[in-house]
Design a binder for this molecule. Sequence first.
Ligand SMILES: C[S@@+](CC[C@H](N)C(=O)[O-])C[C@H]1O[C@@H](n2cnc3c(N)ncnc32)[C@H](O)[C@@H]1O
Length: 176
Amino acid sequence: MRITVFHANECDRKKCTSIKMEKMGKCRLVYDINKIPGGAVVLNPYAEKAVSYEDYKYVQRRGVVGLDCSWNEVSQSKKFFSLSKYHRSLPFLIATNPVNYGKPCILSTVEAIAATLYITRFKDEAYDMMDGFKWGHTFLELNQDLLEAYSEVDTSAEVVRLQNEFLENSKKEVND
Ligand SMILES: C[S@@+](CC[C@H](N)C(=O)[O-])C[C@H]1O[C@@H](n2cnc3c(N)ncnc32)[C@H](O)[C@@H]1O
């Protein structure tokens, strides 16, 4: 599986999940925007289209690309996100990394890549990605029901429908 991370050098390298991924041989880090593979699925929290099984063939052929930058800068990364047609956001999931534990949608790069692999039905690869991160399997366990549901449907529209149903039901439970 071809996993690429564009590193913007904006983080604390000791805490950075993509630096650790590279050390473990799980991704290729690039510092030059022109080295990002064309046709890959680019993980963009602001993309309109959500990751789904529809992306299976792009993930298989060209891989997944994350952008490792500061969350304060991510909305400014227009140049990066204009590089691929296949920008995708992830549906509702909860982070379990130590920096953003318990926060929805603000995933670390490794969590975002593992979730993409899981949803596009590369489940073994998703588990392998999280090996070596102490909290890695907690991410997959805490989000197990949602990830499984997202992976079982075929289209992005269905993934969004599932997410919205889940959020509606959670709201009702809080109000009841
Ligand atoms: C902003 S960086 C922060 C990385 C952090 N410093 C680390 O060590 O992992 C996280 C990246 O993961 C991907 N990502 C995270 N949450 C996402 C979401 N909800 N939808 C799509 N991509 C997401 C994006 O590529 C995003 O730029």
